[in-house]
Design a protein around this ligand. Structure first.
Ligand SMILES: [Zn+2]
Length: 439
């Protein structure tokens, strides 16, 4: 359980909520933050305002809707099935020094000097944003002859955690077609699952506006394909009950639960409705799912697919859903869909990542190539602790990734990381424990 209550939580909230303090009467009109979020040290507000204004408009114009076509492929797709990775060595993008280099196995463990005290169990997991294994990402994989290309540069990071969670924005389809459909209609060849499997992606949310890009048959195929490869999924199913079915990942005796919901189930701004995707406005289903999942897990993450594409301000739909999820017992909300990183807020002591941005995607404009990775370390408390206090968040840290080659995220340099975090109002990548708390 998140060990953050009372004054400590309030202090944290004042730090992170400053930029989206919707509780202030008349603070801003609905859906619009009145305060610029770019408040990094030494930065003027000018660039930020320019980004959320003219540049954002240009981005929207250039990119269209979710997964918009940011330019033509560099070469025409070749015919035939995806190339096997067998026998080919993929180019690995050089990873610069990462301030969040995994410490698994290297961290001095105080318990080690005291053999009488058993080492407490720990679970580490990553949460990342939008993954799209179609379109130009598929081209890059094919050109490299490496179906795991997009995962190579961060392989050490994936290996240092127990599992990774992501928003899977592109459905798999048995209609191979080499991963290329219309610009806004993703189609992932079945073989492209191997990067997810090899790099410990144990659970994904399918609650997004591309869930039905390959129709109901494509969704069914995706569900079965993930099942067959041991990857759990949330947020979509063959009926509403299945779409609201949680996933539980159990490692070292620590159980982490996931649910997912989206503003839309097809790419039509949420207008049409169907029974296949969990929706943000299904209040009763959310409450029921949370009530049954909460007692089953030590830590509960809710994935939210919402917000305005290519814009940094958080909108009211995101804020309302995320805060409601936490009021219902979520420990963290993991946002995706805007394709750019958005603000982080501590609400009731629980973090809301309004948008983690892209993780594996082919967009070109710089903000869409900057993604966030949340690394959470959960630690089991003393066995004698009450069941509801079995687990605490030992650390939560934020890492920035930069997507190269329209496909492959790498760790950001220190300078890149500082700039991106400053843009979303984060001055310390270690979000928990708070500065001044014991670390
Ligand atoms: Zn989306």
């Amino acid at each position: 359980m998140f060990a953050m209550n009372g004054p400590r939580a309030e202090a944290a909230a004042t730090t992170y909520c400053r930029q989206f303090d919707s509780s202030s009467p008349g603070a801003h009109p609905p859906g619009v933050s009145s305060r610029p979020t770019w408040r990094g040290p030494g930065r003027r507000q000018g660039p930020k305002l320019a980004l959320t204004g003219a540049l954002a408009a240009a981005l929207v114009a250039a990119l269209g809707s979710c997964g918009g076509d940011a330019g033509a492929p560099s070469r025409a797709p070749a015919a035939g099935p995806a190339t096997s990775a067998t026998g080919r060595t993929a180019p690995v993008v050089a990873a610069p020094v990462d301030p969040l280099t995994p410490t698994a196995g290297t961290r001095p463990d105080p318990a080690a000097a005291q053999p009488a005290e058993p080492t407490p169990a720990r679970l580490r997991f990553l949460a990342v944003g939008d993954i799209m294994l179609s379109r130009r990402v598929a081209h890059a994989m094919r050109e490299a002859g490496d179906l795991q290309l997009p995962f190579r540069a961060l392989a050490d990071q994936f290996a240092a955690v127990d599992f990774t969670f992501a928003n899977l924005e592109s459905p798999f389809s048995s209609r191979d077609g080499f991963g290329i459909g219309p610009a806004h209609n993703f189609n992932t060849p079945p073989s492209h699952i191997q990067g997810l499997v090899a790099h410990r992606f144990s659970v994904v949310t399918l609650a997004n506006n591309h869930a039905l890009d390959q129709g109901v048959a494509g969704l069914r195929f995706t569900l079965e394909h993930l099942d067959a490869h041991g990857i759990q999924h949330v947020g979509a199913g063959m009926d509403p009950a299945a779409a609201w079915q949680p996933a539980i990942v159990d490692r070292h005796g620590i159980r982490v639960g996931f649910l997912g919901a989206s503003y839309a189930s097809v790419n039509d701004s949420g207008r049409s409705r169907n029974p296949y995707v969990a929706r943000l406005d299904q209040d009763k289903r959310l409450a029921a799912a949370m009530a049954s999942l909460r007692p089953e897990v030590d830590y509960l993450a809710v994935a939210m697919h919402a917000g305005r594409e290519y814009l940094e301000p958080v909108d009211d739909t995101q804020r309302r859903f995320a805060r409601r999820a936490i009021d219902l017992g979520a420990d963290v909300v993991l946002g995706s869909h805007p394709h750019v990183a958005q603000a982080v807020e501590l609400y009731q002591g629980k973090p809301i990542f309004y948008s983690l941005g892209n993780f594996i995607f082919d967009h070109e404009p710089e903000p869409t190539r900057q993604g966030l990775m949340v690394r959470t370390t959960l630690r089991a408390t003393a066995p004698a602790a009450a069941a509801t206090e079995r687990v605490t968040v030992e650390q939560m840290e934020l890492a920035v990734v930069i997507i190269e080659g329209r496909s492959t995220p790498r760790a950001a340099t220190d300078a890149e990381s500082t700039a991106v975090l400053a843009r979303i109002g984060v001055t310390d990548p270690i979000l928990l424990p708070r500065r001044g708390d014991p670390r």
